[in-house]
Every structure is written in C-alpha cells, then in structure tokens.
Design a protein around this ligand. Structure first.
Ligand code: OAD
Length: 259
C-alpha cells in the first residue's frame, strides 16, 4: 500500500479494499480524471491555447456545431489528434486485470469518450457519452426517400467536417453533447449495474454531469457501498461511504490488484 495509513475509516483504502473483496458485483463509474495520467486533459481543464476563450458547454452542443461547424470540428480534431499519442495508464490496466481475473463481476461505466478503457482491454464498457473516434450524420438525408435512410456519399476534405455530396448534411462526432439524451440501452444497463452492485467505485469524475452522476446515488439507495477516488473534492463526496484522496493510477491498483 502506498497511501499513508488513515485512522478514519471514511478515508482508509484498506477498508474500501475489503468492501471490494466481499462484493459479488462491483460497478465502476469513471470520468476524465482516470485519463489524466495518460496525458489527456480533463474535460474542464481541456481549454488550452485557442480554446481558453470557450467553455466546453459552449462547444459541446448541437447548437454550437450548427452555428460554427468548423470551430467545433477543429476542437474535436485536436482532441482526436492528441489521443493518438497517449496510452492507457495503471488505473485503466488495474480495472482490466480485475475484470480478467473475475469475469462478469465488474461492470465498467465511463463518461469518457477517449476509448482508453477499451484500448487497455476492458470488455463490455458502457460508454455513456459515446466515442470520440467515430462520426455520425447530423441530420437524416434531406433527399432520402425513407426517413431512416442515411446520406449516400460522404465527401471528406482534409480539416473540414465531412459532408454529404448529395444534400450537404454534415458529419458530427458520435459523442453525447450537452442537452442530448444518453444512449438509452447503455444508460439502462448502467443503471441496472448500479442498482445490483454491492460496491460502486467512482473514479476521476467531478460528479457534476447528470444522469451519469446519479448512478452513484442509485447504487447507494440500493444498499451499495460507494467509494470515491479523486485527488480533489467532488460533488459525490457526500454520497460516498469512503472518499479516497489520490489519483486513479495510484489508487485503483491499490484497491484492486492482488484480489
Ligand atoms: P471533469 O473534467 O468535470 O472532472 C475531472 C475530475 O477528475 C475532477 O474531479 C478532477 O479532480 C479529477 N482528476 C484529475 N486528475 C485526476 C487523477 N489523476 N486521478 C483521478 N481523478 C483526477 O470530468 P468528468 O467528471 O468526466 O460529458 O466530466 C463529466 C462529463 O462532463 C464529461 O463526460 C463530459 C462533460 O460534460 C459530455 O461531454 C456529455
């Protein structure tokens, strides 16, 4: 164990480790912080350089994309480019290794769109906010005969959002933007995992964005122990039975390795 021993059980990783050992089902909710030690800026820290003038809430919306498609596309292009150079860290690997040692025992729910859990080898990841590396059409094809038909031809020019050669429809990142619904089946599966677990581990999220943050409350109401892992205070600390102060690359292995 690397964390200093604490006599307050609410801050003691050993107590949390014991709860995990005893839990038949564990749900893990991760946020941007678990990728911080891979070099990915957290969602609310990501506004560097040109982007310091914009709040994420002003870029990650359909309204922003419709008004300024090139600006929003460039913001995502920069994040996509950055992801090419990063690797999963010890926190991602500890979760994957635990899943491999205990098939079916740990459900991994993430708000992250960076794909690092999947790249570390985690399976069945419930990606609540989509996937940064994929695109989808903004609208149904204006010229399609049936409403469900997608645009027929995508035309891509370097650095520009791809568009439909026929109707001009734009491709957009396949992520959930502010004000949009989460994928219903994924959210339902996450909610089920939260209600059925005995331990919910919440790592690297500020707990500010719903419905994701509400999963911790659901787990608590269903009788689970809730453990928060974060170097800073979060909105979910009040819901938690244990609040462990530290980084996920340090604390997730400490909680999960060897059991
Ligand atoms: P935030 O950027 O809001 O919060 C990141 C959290 O990570 C903060 O609580 C930090 O203290 C913590 N953190 C920083 N470094 C860490 C480390 N090394 N280990 C562990 N934790 C660390 O990101 P999220 O909570 O993920 O949604 O944001 C949730 C959602 O808000 C995102 O998925 C995004 C945004 O709206 C959408 O785009 C829909």
């Amino acid at each position: 164990m690397t964390a200093p021993p604490s006599h307050d059980p609410r801050h003691d990783p050993r107590q949390a480790r014991q709860w995990i050992a005893q839990a038949a089902r564990i749900a893990v909710l991760t946020g941007a912080g678990v990728s911080a030690e891979s070099g990915v800026p957290t969602f609310r820290d990501a506004q560097t350089g040109l982007w310091t003038h914009f709040r994420p809430e002003d870029l990650a919306t359909e309204q922003a994309f419709r008004a300024h498609p090139q600006r929003v596309w460039d913001w995502y292009a920069e994040r996509r480019e950055m992801l090419r150079g990063v690797q999963p860290n010890a926190g991602h690997h500890a979760l994957t290794a635990f899943q491999q040692r205990h098939p079916g025992r740990l459900t991994l729910i993430t708000q992250n769109v960076d794909g690092l859990h999947q790249r570390a080898g985690s399976t069945g990841v419930l990606a609540l906010h989509g996937n940064l590396s994929a695109d989808r059409w903004l609208d149904p094809c204006a010229l399609a005969r049936r409403p469900q038909d997608a645009c027929p031809v995508e035309r891509a020019e370097p650095g520009r959002p791809p568009h439909c050669a026929q109707c001009g429809n734009l491709a957009r990142p396949d992520v959930v933007w502010f004000g949009e619904m989460l994928p219903a089946e994924t959210l339902a599966a996450a909610s089920r995992a939260a209600r059925e677990c005995q331990v919910m581990l919440v790592a690297g999220t500020s707990g500010q964005v719903y419905p994701a943050a509400g999963l911790a409350l659901q787990a608590r109401q269903a009788g689970a122990k809730v453990i928060v892992v974060n170097p800073a205070p979060t909105e979910l600390d009040e819901v938690a039975h244990a609040v462990l102060t530290g980084t996920s690359a340090q604390l997730l292995p400490e909680l999960l390795d060897g059991q």
